[in-house]
Write a new protein. Structure first.
Length: 236
């Protein structure tokens, strides 16, 4: 079992795990940071993380209010973005490959907008496009898991339903090679809007893997193959 470590990011602690690069890695291999979806934690990546670590060091943080990270009391997309940047600073990671699923994808997108010089490549798996989504916001917060701050969901879902227009308007500022992975018709996210989002990112490639919202779980081999192929391409 991987050891959990903590870093202080100002408001409290972020927990993360680290998988050292395997024998196929080169000295120049860029570290990868995997950002999980809402209501989950870094263990959501356990079925694919080892495959990525064969070629590079992999970091698996738990985002604020989730998993073993601290409960912050305040939850917003910009706060999650700033946590990622603080984590990179604490770990002295100047340049990384950012891979994010769902909420983690949105966080990765905002991080790439805010710090293009630190984002070598970007993978957005079933990332909610930054347009009003009409997602159902829970009012009964008593069913939250013990490892999940019940305040996270209404705060974040409310913001996804009324996103800052600047996030959409700034998609063309993302300079990192980007792979946008869509889950196809069984996903609850609007696939046409994911395609429009991808079209507005100058360096983006859109690929559909028809496995629903959790591609890396439901089609793990196809997911790893798509990401590795993208990273091996000259632009990535």
């Amino acid at each position: 079992m991987l050891e959990y470590r903590n870093v202080d990011v100002g408001w409290g602690r972020l927990a993360y795990r680290k998988i050292e690069a395997g024998p196929d890695a080169t000295a120049q291999a860029t570290p990868m940071v995997l950002l999980h979806g809402g209501g989950s934690d870094g263990t959501a990546w356990d079925n694919v993380a080892a495959a990525f670590a064969e070629r590079r060091t992999v970091y698996l943080p738990d985002m604020r209010g989730m998993g073993r990270s601290g409960r912050a009391g305040t939850y917003s997309m910009t706060a999650l973005r700033d946590d990622v940047l603080a984590l990179l600073d604490s770990l002295a990671l100047d340049r990384v490959v950012l891979v994010g699923h769902s909420l983690g994808g949105f966080t990765a997108l905002l991080t790439a907008q805010a710090a293009p010089q630190r984002t070598v490549a970007l993978v957005l798996e079933e990332c909610p496009p930054p347009v009003p989504l009409g997602l159902s916001v829970p009012t009964d917060l008593n069913d939250s898991a013990p490892y999940y701050d019940r305040e996270v969901r209404p705060s974040i879902l409310g913001e996804l339903n009324a996103p800052d227009p600047v996030w959409w308007q700034s998609l063309d500022t993302i300079s990192a090679p980007t792979l946008v992975l869509a889950g196809g018709p069984t996903s609850h996210l609007p696939q046409a809007m994911i395609a429009r989002m991808a079209a507005l990112i100058p360096t983006a490639t859109l690929r559909t893997i028809p496995a629903g919202h959790h591609i890396h779980h439901n089609a793990s081999e196809a997911f790893v193959a798509a990401v590795e192929s993208f990273l091996a391409a000259p632009a990535g």
